[in-house]
Design a protein around this ligand. Structure first.
Ligand SMILES: *[C@@H]1O[C@H](CO)[C@@H](O)[C@H](O)[C@H]1NC(C)=O
Ligand SMILES: *[C@@H]1O[C@H](CO)[C@@H](O)[C@H](O)[C@H]1NC(C)=O
Length: 884
């Protein structure tokens, strides 16, 4: 609190708060029955990240005979969305009940937690339960909950849990109770929000999707729910501010897509208007949810060979309500029996003959369907949701569509609880579980699966926060990264990052609060020394610009890669921080995961998942390793492309990697490709012109010539570099080979030259000679060629690249499955792809495309096909029928 910068900021915040009170006079937390209680605060506070004000709980009518200690966090994580309601908390060492006199009916309860050290209260001891009760009922929301474990598992600074309860009579009471199972436990809460809603859950009667005969499953109006997922399928995150009815958060769905088969995403045609229908009141979901969608893609044959699948981790032992939001938003789909599909939940048929037009009554009209499933088993499990064309009525298109998906956990009536399984309690430091002395030390930062109590919902907030913030922080980190003595500034004391709290805008989609979170694990230097046998040369895995990389072992047996920065490297300071900021927020199957870092004694050490097979480059040339097969190479390309595609589109704002090359694509023990090294990453570019970089960074041989010329960074620079990677994989030679004749030095130039002359096949890796199916080769070469186009505007998006690589893989697989067909087949008349499967004389025949029209840009797909099925900006990722 004494920090001068912080005081200034607090003053600014107060000012902002007054201003915003004046501007939004009706933003009164009680006017609409909404309550926002900033626990531990004594005066009204705000604005929060959504520009709303909160009331303090001190002397609040909702906090009768208030007990507990009002505390302020000693450290403001740069990942916090805003100071309000997170920086203050109320701590309870014995049970305490807040009591809210509410009008009877259904309401959301949101609990805000910022696990941090509050005075002498350590996060590790914050184990507690929360119960919601009223005259008629009692519902356990949380049990032996530890917010820091959950936040850590989700790599978030803070978490918000959302419940919906129906209060039939009396007050809504929320009781916080320290765990009785762990000595010294205390409970805490930073904020409580209550938002009255209509009955959102009981109509229409959901279907119990239990395989056999789907039966109606009426939901008791008294049921309590916990929100697990709320996805704007095919679209971007929607912040609470943009869902003004109930301040809900919606997440993008990209991170939940299973395997490479992710279909295509698209928005509505501009002349389509979203119309709410009588059975879909307009508070059901914001327009933006219905205005974007994901479908399977333009190729009927491909669609028949895969399921468009999402996997969503949930707690076993509960019923779940799944709400699917639908709306046809592109022509020519206006009539019934044009698009008809199955909905599978947990591999069981929940719905046959799903026809959105039939349900909604026309294009642009909304619909939703509800299903209930029971998750049997124990611990945490994946909920599987899949779509597949249903051919039973011979629809015009073999495709499926989804616009939104919500998943709610239903209270377990057996024990009136919504609390999922938590990880086991730590042993008390003083009394071990078996009375043994020296019980395990409670660790607040144990990398583990997402905590059961939280599920995925808190993840929503990652996306909502918007990675845009990263960029602002990063710009500042750039200045602050180096202190006077040329040393780097340790992250938590980076005062510059604090200054972001006040930067706040109400503009849609650009929030300027800070990010989640640096809650990745903090290692002591001693731990790192122990893990690497004091940086034993025998453990050295490699050397890079940033420093050495060692193999290490932590937690008795987990292998990790430990990257030790050279403290003398000035550039390293900024990159170290960027890497932590980027990686602690991004989680994707094709991005390397950061486990933690060490900053003791001016060290800059990063700890990552160990990638058993090292870099992609070491499997391509200058090595004595067995050559990778072509299919393996394609799969690696696809994986890396997915990682990059996710960076470009998966988060709310584009992240540009800036240093895509074969040494930054790593391979794990299953040969899964993971993009690494975010030290140079940038967010941007279009949203903010200030991202014109003055210093061109990156690696020679991979540098986008346009970036070089204009010094303007876009995601197309990554596409260029990735094109070089594709050629490198195909030709097995470095991006730059200075010893070769001049025209061959640059692989990009040379390969492009050969491709234009039709002789690319003469410079490919000799190990691949005769192994690549001709159509696959054509597709691959054409993709790589487009990527390295001189002008960024001519380059495809990463999504298009992914689509084409998947397509190439499919061509290769079909050829291998049916090798007789590949002999002597010209690439113009591919027998491998049979795009049209049934022949009815539909006037708008949109499926008579051949593989040759599947051009790289996606635009040509649109032009040969009707725009009904493919977005103008296809950033499709097709599938891989042999799929994982
Ligand atoms: C569904 O099937 C996939 C493989 O086909 C399997 O991995 C997964 O566990 C199944 N899911 C459930 C919930 O049964
Ligand atoms: C799609 O999922 C259903 C249900 O799990 C399964 O029966 C079917 O085989 C799957 N189809 C494909 C092509 O994977």
């Amino acid at each position: 609190m004494a920090h001068p910068t912080l005081l200034v900021i607090l003053r600014c915040l107060t000012l902002l708060c007054i201003l915003s009170l004046a501007v939004t006079a009706d933003d009164n937390s009680t006017a609409s029955g909404q309550i926002r209680l900033d626990c531990g605060a004594s005066t009204p506070t705000g604005p929060d990240a959504d520009n709303r004000t909160w009331d303090g709980d001190n002397s609040s009518k909702f906090a009768p005979s208030l007990k507990g200690v009002a505390v302020t966090a000693s450290y403001q994580d740069p990942g916090l969305l805003s100071t309000v309601p997170y920086m203050t908390a109320r701590i309870f060492t014995s049970n305490y009940t807040y009591s809210f006199p509410v009008s009877p009916g259904r309401m959301f309860i949101r609990l805000y937690f910022y696990p941090s050290t509050y005075g002498s209260y350590a996060t590790a001891n914050a184990y507690f339960g929360v119960t919601a009760s009223n005259k008629a009922s009692n519902l356990v929301l949380l049990d032996d909950f530890n917010a820091s474990q959950n936040a850590f598992a989700l790599t978030l600074a803070s978490i918000v849990l959302e419940y919906s309860v129906n209060v039939t009579s009396g007050n809504l009471d929320l009781t916080f109770a320290p765990s009785t199972h762990l000595n010294g436990s205390y409970a805490f809460v930073n904020g409580i929000e209550i938002v009255p809603t209509p009955d959102l859950f009981t109509t229409p009667t959901p279907t119990l999707a239990n395989g056999g005969n789907p039966n109606p499953f009426p939901i008791d109006p008294a049921t309590g729910f916990q929100t697990m997922y709320r996805l704007n399928v095919g679209g971007q995150a929607i912040s609470p501010l943009d869902d003004v009815d109930f301040y809900r958060s919606w997440d993008g769905d990209t991170r939940y897509i299973y395997a490479a088969a992710s279909g295509v995403t698209f928005g509505k045609n501009s002349n389509v208007t979203i119309t709410y229908t009588p059975s879909v009141p307009n508070y059901t979901a914001p327009v933006d949810v219905y205005a974007t969608a994901r479908s399977m893609g333009p190729n009927a044959q491909v669609n028949l060979n895969y399921n468009l699948t999402w996997t969503l981790p949930v707690d076993a032992g509960f019923y779940y309500l799944l709400r699917f939001h639908f709306c046809e938003i592109q022509y020519p789909i206006t009539k019934i029996n044009q698009r008809m599909f199955f909905i599978y939940i947990n591999n069981q048929t929940a719905q046959r003959q799903m026809d959105v037009i039939q349900r909604s009554g026309g294009i642009g009209r909304t619909a939703y369907t509800d299903y209930v499933i029971i998750m049997t088993g124990s611990g945490q499990m994946d909920l599987w949701v899949a779509l597949h064309p249903d051919l039973s009525t011979k629809p015009e298109y073999y495709d499926a569509i989804l616009n939104g998906l919500e998943v709610f956990k239903l209270q377990n009536n057996g024990n009136n609880s919504l609390a999922g399984l938590n990880r086991p309690l730590p042993a008390s430091p003083d009394v071990g579980p078996n009375g043994a002395s020296g019980g395990r030390k409670p660790k607040s930062a144990v990398p583990a699966a997402i905590g059961g109590a939280v599920g995925g919902f808190a993840v929503l907030f990652i996306a909502c926060i918007g990675v845009c913030i990263i960029c602002r922080r990063k710009k500042e980190a750039k200045d602050s990264g180096k202190s006077d003595d040329g040393r780097w500034t340790p992250l938590p004391h980076d005062s510059k990052s604090r200054s972001n709290i006040s930067g706040k805008t109400t503009t849609t989609g650009s929030r300027t609060s800070t990010l989640p979170s640096n809650l990745c694990r903090h290692f002591s230097f001693g731990e790192i020394q122990a893990a690497t046998n004091n940086f034993d040369q025998a453990f050295l895995l490699g050397k890079g610009g940033f420093g050495n990389v060692y193999l290490g072992e932590i937690d008795s047996g987990t292998k990790v890669a430990i990257k030790r920065g050279n403290p003398m490297s000035e550039q390293g300071v900024h990159e170290f921080q960027t890497e932590i900021e980027m990686l602690s927020k991004l989680r994707h199957r094709h991005l390397v995961s950061l486990i933690g870092y060490c900053e003791d004694m001016n060290e800059m050490i990063l700890v990552y998942d160990y990638m058993a097979h090292g870099t992609l480059r070491e499997h391509l040339y200058n090595n004595n390793k067995p050559p990778l097969s072509w299919k393996q190479r394609l799969e690696i390309c696809i994986g890396a492309a997915q990682g990059l595609h996710y960076l470009h589109t998966g988060a709310k704002q584009t992240i540009i990697h800036r240093d895509v090359k074969t040494t930054n694509i790593l391979l794990d023990e299953k040969w899964i490709a993971k993009v690494s090294d975010f030290g140079l990453s940038k967010t941007g570019p279009n949203v903010d012109n200030t991202h014109v970089s003055t210093v061109v960074k990156g690696s020679f041989g991979y540098l986008d010539p346009e970036y070089f010329r204009r010094q303007q960074l876009t995601e197309k620079s990554d596409v260029y570099s990735f094109g070089v990677v594709l050629f490198e994989i195909l030709c097995a030679r470095p991006a730059l080979s200075p010893s070769l004749p001049k025209e061959q030095v640059s692989l990009a130039d040379w390969a492009l030259h050969c491709q234009k002359k039709g002789m690319l096949d003469q410079i490919i890796d000799p190990h691949l000679q005769g192994k690549i199916a001709p159509q696959c080769f054509t597709k691959f070469a054409e993709t790589a060629e487009k990527c390295v186009a001189d002008h960024s505007i001519d380059r495809p998006s990463m999504g298009d690249v992914l689509w084409n690589l998947n397509f190439a893989l499919q061509l290769q697989e079909s050829a291998e499955d049916n090798s007789s067909l590949t002999e002597g087949t010209s690439s113009n008349t591919s027998p491998l792809i049979v795009p049209r499967l049934h022949s009815d004389e539909a006037p708008t025949d949109t499926t008579t495309t051949t593989s040759t029209t599947m051009s790289i840009t996606g635009r040509s797909i649109t032009s040969t096909q009707s725009e009904g099925l493919t977005p103008s900006s296809v950033f499709s990722q097709l599938m891989n029928p042999g799929g994982r």
